[in-house]
Design a protein around this ligand. Structure first.
Ligand code: SF4
Ligand code: SF4
Length: 177
């Protein structure tokens, strides 16, 4: 688990507000259903928030040594970056989940350039909404060499994908500090 650095979450609550799918004290949080303890700029129960997922999770912007610039803080850039989620042919694969329906062009361009310059693969998603309501599903796109794109397209062909699911006990969300 990466250590938090001096960056402070506030006023970001992107990982509390349903853009990552998490369980907080047994309550499912998903797109369109934020954690009830989120104020939109902090956590109402910060001192007593659950360890798992809330204390344990650190997004890629907040990790020690993060390459992401200040403006890429999730509430501002509208993307949550999750580095090193898997490996493809010995290349690290990063994941980017939108805060909202899709990742805005400025943030997506930054992530794609970062992937290209550092020999990293990128999977990123777009939230699927139906009748104006977010579902728990996403469309996934791959950025990298043609083989990577082809393999990911095959893997995600059934559309039953969600890159923003955080398993409690593995990697989790937090806010505040
Ligand atoms: S850990 Fe969560 S609240 Fe903190 S900056 Fe990252 S997404 Fe925002
Ligand atoms: S830190 Fe945890 S309890 Fe607090 S708002 Fe975020 S998800 Fe909810």
């Amino acid at each position: 688990m990466a250590k938090a650095l001096s960056r402070s979450c506030q006023p970001c609550t992107a990982c509390c507000d349903g853009w990552l799918q998490i369980k907080v004290s047994g309550l499912q949080v998903h797109p369109g259903k934020p954690c009830p303890h989120s104020t939109g700029s902090g956590c109402r129960i910060y001192a007593a928030r659950p360890v798992d997922p809330c204390v344990n999770f650190i997004c890629g912007w907040k990790m020690e040594g993060s390459a992401l610039p200040d403006w890429m803080q999730p509430h501002n850039a509208k993307v949550i970056f999750l580095p090193n989620q898997t490996v493809w042919r010995n290349f690290p694969v990063d994941v980017a989940v939108p805060v909202g329906k899709r990742i805005p062009p400025r943030a997506l361009n930054w992530l794609q350039q970062f992937a290209q310059s550092n020999n990293r693969m990128l999977l990123y998603s777009q939230q699927i909404a139906e009748a104006g309501t977010f579902t728990n599903r996403q469309r996934v796109a791959a950025y990298g060499p043609p083989d990577f794109q082809r393999e990911m397209a095959e893997r995600f062909a059934d559309g039953n994908v969600n890159l923003g699911v955080i398993d409690n006990g593995a990697q989790n969300p937090a806010t505040g500090s």
